[in-house]
Ligand binder design. Structure first.
Ligand SMILES: [Zn+2]
Ligand SMILES: [Zn+2]
Length: 127
């Protein structure tokens, strides 16, 4: 299984092999600001199963763990396509909305529920 995710203009992309290790809906305020929406959805893959292409600009911020997250966004269109959370070494997070094909990509957990907008309901699929 190979999935491709890319920014709005297509200049920055990342290709992931196999299935993600987890998919997290995050309602935190930083994800709300990053996406401009009410929550973000991160699709986590092992770093050795992804390959990115195109130029990216970086934005780094400290997470609640005290460790940095490094976001890669397209310098042309501004879409954040992927990021590296230092508190999860070895994993890269890819923004769900940037995948060309979202089939089979359903959340496995929902975090920062304290900041969840009351009208947002997340259905977690369990197998
Ligand atoms: Zn772009
Ligand atoms: Zn978040």
């Amino acid at each position: 299984m190979k999935r491709v995710a890319s920014c709005s203009c297509g200049a920055l992309s990342i290709t992931a092999q196999g299935e993600p290790v987890k998919i997290a809906v995050c309602h935190c305020l930083s994800c709300q600001r990053r996406t401009g929406s009410s929550f973000g959805v991160a699709v986590f893959y092992p770093i050795d199963r992804v390959e990115h292409s195109g130029r990216s600009s970086l934005y780094e911020r400290l997470g609640d763990s005290g460790k940095p997250l490094t976001f890669h966004f397209c310098p042309n269109c501004g879409s954040t396509v992927f990021w590296f959370p230092a508190f999860r070494p070895g994993l890269v997070a890819i923004a769900l909305g940037t995948f060309e094909d979202k089939q089979g990509l359903a959340p496995s957990l929902s975090v920062y529920e304290d900041h969840r907008s009351p009208w947002v309901a997340v259905e977690i699929e369990r197998d």
